[in-house]
Design a protein around this ligand. Structure first.
Ligand code: NAD
Ligand code: WQD
Length: 337
């Protein structure tokens, strides 16, 4: 079976490409390299000992997509391509609406023309907004708290409408919690441009001596140590979740929605402590004001994914930090190292 992976050179998709190849799937990557490097794809090929068909193309380019679909005759699509920086989405929402929403419409039009109707979509726990209680189940109310989140919500709604109009579509909406870590080889990992926005990539740069100190965004939340709690999930567990979703769609067609998280929440301070164990040194930090738009606590109830597709995350927080640190140490400047 051949899977076309949009955004396939990116962080989560590169780990998924590798799991797909290891599981015997053929992989076609379409990426405009706006937030990634071709080197990620090359390293995946090396780790798997198999080739990937790579196309540098934008999902907004309908003609290019048509040509790729005609040539490759993929059976299914995993759709990761998208912009994901929450702060940037507040500053330039139109860029996010065009890239994420229009890009997805273009992709769906071409899939429809080519009669490829199996899709695994990268959604996000951001569709739960600021959840009113935890753990979060898939039937919680959905709402956006920033333009990035709105793109995920609108795409989810579009896919539900599309399926309602034509139930020969076969769709998995995967709501990721907080993906971190790297493949245990240390050969592929997260390589953000500039100063990282997210906690663990930032800690990694402090551990590597590139940044001076971790900024803890508020210690006055209503949590045991006052810092924000999130459900961090190892990127390899997440990648394997995509293979399970594809198997589920093949065996039992329809539209499905799953939380992909561990079900365990860790505070910012607990993550720092775990990372200190991984890198074997104390990490300097300073407590600052809360970051606008942040909330106290979110973690998944991932039991539906286990019940319906036999998936659960097995890698714990210490392993996530160890693998993150290995990737950071082996590649101090990311793929440009
Ligand atoms: P990433 O930026 O590493 O990967 C996205 C990839 O898509 C990049 O390689 C980028 O070059 C490509 N891309 C973007 N726009 C494109 C376009 N118009 N045409 C072709 N390629 C394009 O990000 P990631 O963290 O791997 O995230 C992958 C997906 O998962 C995204 O849709 C993101 O919104 C979603 N997601 C990420 C997280 C997270 O915390 N990392 C959490 C939930 C959901
Ligand atoms: C985690 C915790 C911060 C940075 C974001 C998106 C979400 C999803 C995943 C895509 C929070 C604290 C952070 C720092 C800190 N992405 N923090 N110092 O905000 O839970 O989720 O990524 O779908 O949509 O919003 O992740 O890693 O930024 O923050 O103290 O330098 O760490 O306040 O409690 P977040 P994060």
């Amino acid at each position: 079976m051949k899977v076309l992976v949009t955004g396939g050179a990116g962080y989560i998709a590169s780990h998924t490409d590798l799991e797909l190849l290891n599981a015997g799937y053929e992989v076609v990557v379409v990426d405009n390299l706006s937030n990634s490097c071709i080197e990620a794809v090359r390293r995946v090929e090396k780790l798997a000992g198999k080739k990937i068909s790579f196309y540098e193309a934008d999902i907004l380019d309908k003609e290019a997509l048509r040509e790729i679909f005609k040539k490759e005759k993929a059976d299914a699509v995993m759709h990761f391509a998208g912009l994901k920086a929450v702060g940037e989405s507040c500053a330039i929402p139109l860029k996010y609406f065009k890239n994420n929403i229009s890009g997805t419409v273009t992709l769906l039009e071409v899939m429809s023309e080519m009669n490829v109707k199996m899709l695994v979509f990268s959604s996000s726990a951001t569709v739960y907004g600021n959840p009113s209680k935890v753990p979060v189940t898939e039937d919680f109310p959905l709402y956006a708290i920033n333009p990035y989140g709105r793109t995920k919500l609108i795409i989810e709604d579009m896919l539900r409408d599309l399926y309602a109009s034509d139930n020969s579509w076969n769709v998995a909406l995967l709501r990721y919690f907080n993906p971190i870590g790297a493949h245990e080889s240390g050969e592929i990992g997260e390589d953000p441009n500039g100063i990282p926005n997210n906690l663990v990539p930032y800690i990694a740069k402090v551990a590597a001596g590139v940044l001076k100190e971790i900024r803890v965004f508020g210690n006055d939340y209503d949590t045991p140590d006052g810092t924000g709690i999130r459900d961090y999930i190892h990127v390899v567990d997440l990648a394997i979740g995509h293979i399970k979703a594809l198997e589920k769609l093949n065996e039992n067609p329809g539209i499905v929605t799953y939380n992909l998280g561990t079900g365990i929440g860790y505070s910012v301070m607990e993550v720092i402590r775990s990372y200190e164990k991984a890198c074997g040194k104390e990490l300097p930090y300073v407590v600052t004001d809360r970051r606008p738009g942040d909330y106290a606590i979110s973690y998944a109830d991932p039991s539906k994914a286990y019940k319906e597709m036999g998936w659960k995350a097995v890698r714990g927080i210490d392993k996530m930090c160890e693998d993150s640190y290995r990737w950071q140490s082996k590649n101090p400047n990311g793929y440009k190292s």
